[in-house]
Each structure stands twice: as C-alpha cells, then as structure tokens.
Design a protein around this ligand. Structure first.
Ligand SMILES: Cc1ncc(COP(=O)(O)O)c(C=O)c1O
Length: 355
C-alpha cells in the first residue's frame, strides 16, 4: 500500500483547481489575470479594518454565523438576515452549496464553458458534472439542463470567462421548470446592467451568490454572500466551517456594505474602460464579445492564445489563458485595469502584432 492508495479515488483522479498566478510580493507586473478591482476600497473600509486590529478583539473567535455582516447586508439589499450565509470568498459558498445538495452520484449541471472551479468541487463530492453548452444566443439552455435531471444547477451571470450575461428571463425559466436548486453565481454583478436578486422572492429554489473580490475591492479578505430562502440558508449554515469568516473580514465586510456608494465611481470607471478596451482590441483584429463583467474575453487574431499569453508575460503583463476546454484556447481573459494598465496592454498588443 502507498499513500496514494489511501486517497479517495475521486481525489486521486482529479487535477485540482488551477487558480490564476499571483506575483511574488514586490514583483512588478501589470496584473490583469484574476479580475481584481484596480481601485482600492473606500477609506471607511480601510479605517474599519485598522480598528478591528485590536488585540483584545483578535484574541477571541469571531461571530460564527457572521451575524453583523448578515445584518449589514440585510440593510444594503433589503433581505432578511435569516436569508443569508457568509462565505470565506464566494468559492466557500460554492463549496457549501455542493456539500449541501450534491452527494456521491448526484448530477450537477451548468451552462458552459463557465467557472472552472465548479467541476472541481463537483468531483470532490463524488458527483457527476454535466456541462451543457450555452444556447447560441448566450441564454441558459433550459431544455438541455432539464434533460440531465440534475440535483443542482448553476448559472454564472455574467459568465466567466466569456463575460456575457444571459437574460434574467432565462434564469427565471430554469428556476420555474427545474425541480432542484438553482445557484446564480453573481460574482461580477456590480459591473452588469441588472442583477438577479429580485428573482429570490419568486423562486424558492434560487440561491444567489455574490463576491467581495471584484466590485468591492476586497479579494485579499476573502468574502462572499449567499442569499436564499431561510430554510435553505439554515441547511447551508450546517455545512460551513465553524468560524469560516474571520474577525477582520467581518469588520471589512460591514464597512463595505455600509459604504456601497463609495464604490460607484470605480465601477463607472471600469465600465467605461471595458468599452474602450473592447473597441481597441476589436480594431486590432481581436474578436471580443460584449462583456458585463470587469474583464473581456478576447479571441486573438491568429488563434494562438497560448503564444499571446506568453508574449504578454514576457512584457510584464499577466492575463489569463485557458488551454481547456478547446473552444477557449484561442482567447485571453483580460481584466479591465486602470486606464494606464490598459494602455500598457494595448501598446504591448501593438508590439506583438507588428514587432
Ligand atoms: C464566476 C466566479 N465565481 C466565484 C468566484 C470566486 O470569488 P471569490 O474570490 O469571492 O471566492 C470567481 C473568481 O474568480 C468567479 O470568477
């Protein structure tokens, strides 16, 4: 017997999730690879974090169910605190959802290509992942998902890595027709024209997930919010780690939720730059879909996404390239940075195209 014989077969068989690369501290790069917000959180948030660094507070465990965060979110989004669960990032919420609804042998379905953590979490559960291609119109392929008879369906809106947003009507149609929970992953909702929180009142099987890593500039704190019916939230609380959101993260989350107005300027700047980047890349021969997120997915002129990724990296610019699935391999997912970051990227694109 060797150690690998002791490992569960599902774990041995899987490769593990590949997060985007993070430069070493002090390394100078233009970082457009993991969809962080290029602007910091408002000063009120940073001040709240400083205050939370009190040794007497840090000596103690934080509220296990992140009650203060749920109350702040209830104020911000007009939902009840009992409808919420807080995660150590929205990835943690995805883990909770999979633990709750997808045991060994369950079927998990999602329109794809989509967020590559979902199949990994499904594999960890010993469940079966069925990716159903997005409709040509970009909508949720409702009939295709129903045909898989899933125990759980997930829709990412705006989707990663394509950036497109299906209509809320197609999410509603899935919730209406599927006799199973539907997770709407809205990690990028702050950059979209509309969001699906209002659907919660109509569909008891809907769970909406939000992240603080993109719009709210707090990727380093690891925070996410899950919204659902109170009975669903109660089940999700059972499967979370006992103190899954630390005291600093809770303080930062409350301040961010109490100061949402302070983020709007950054969101507007990012949306304006998204438009400029989209047009500039199209002028340079890239095929770029309309994005409602803080990144664009750009198919490169010669189809060799890997070569472009490496050429940009040599010039100190990190973007994300997926060699799997094959339909993504000719593209680059590029985070919308500051105007200066985006200029550096566009200059490098010119340089690579005509050296
Ligand atoms: C679609 C999607 N959902 C969830 C996440 C995870 O976000 P968090 O940092 O809150 O765990 C990401 C991160 O890139 C994402 O792209």
């Amino acid at each position: 017997m060797s150690i690998s014989d002791w490992v569960r077969s599902e774990i041995r068989a899987m490769a593990g999730y590949q997060p985007g690369e993070q430069p070493a501290p002090g390394e100078r790069v233009v970082k457009l690879n993991t969809n962080e917000n290029p602007y910091p959180a408002p000063p009120e948030v940073i001040e709240a974090l400083r205050e939370a660094c009190d040794p007497q507070c840090l000596r103690r465990y934080p509220p296990p169910d992140a009650g203060p965060v749920r109350e702040a979110a209830a104020r911000a989004f007009s939902v009840a605190p009992e409808q919420m669960v807080v995660g150590n990032g929205s990835d943690d919420l995805l883990t909770m959802v999979l633990r709750t609804f997808a045991g060994p042998g369950a079927v998990v379905a999602a329109p794809g290509p989509t967020y590559s953590l979902i199949p990994t979490l499904t594999a960890i559960q010993g469940a079966e992942y069925q990716e159903v291609p997005w409709a040509d119109t970009g909508e949720v392929p409702v009939a295709g998902i129903l045909a898989e008879s899933p125990n759980l369906a997930l829709v990412v809106r705006p989707n990663a890595p394509t950036g497109h947003a299906c209509t809320l009507q197609s999410v509603a149609a899935l919730c209406r027709d599927l006799d199973a929970p539907v997770v709407l992953d809205e990690a990028y909702a702050d950059f979209a024209a509309e969001d699906g929180l209002s659907l919660l009142a109509s569909f008891p099987n809907l769970i909406v997930l939000r992240s603080f890593s993109k719009g709210l500039s707090l990727a380093g704190l690891r925070l996410g919010l899950g919204f659902a019916q109170p009975e669903v939230a109660t089940e999700l609380h059972k499967v979370r780690d006992s103190y899954n959101v630390d005291a600093l993260a809770q303080a930062g989350a409350v301040a961010a939720l109490d100061n949402l107005d302070g983020f709007h300027e950054a969101w507007d700047a990012i949306k304006a730059e998204r438009q400029r980047l989209t047009e500039a890349l199209r002028e340079r021969g890239f095929e770029v879909g309309d994005s409602q997120a803080n990144f664009v997915f750009a198919r490169v002129p010669d189809g060799n996404g890997g070569a472009w990724y490496r050429a940009l990296k040599e010039r100190g610019i990190l973007v994300r390239h997926f060699d799997q699935p094959p339909e993504l391999a000719d593209g680059l997912r590029i985070t919308v940075g500051t105007p200066e970051d985006n200029d550096v990227l566009l200059d490098a694109v010119n340089d690579i195209a005509s050296p």
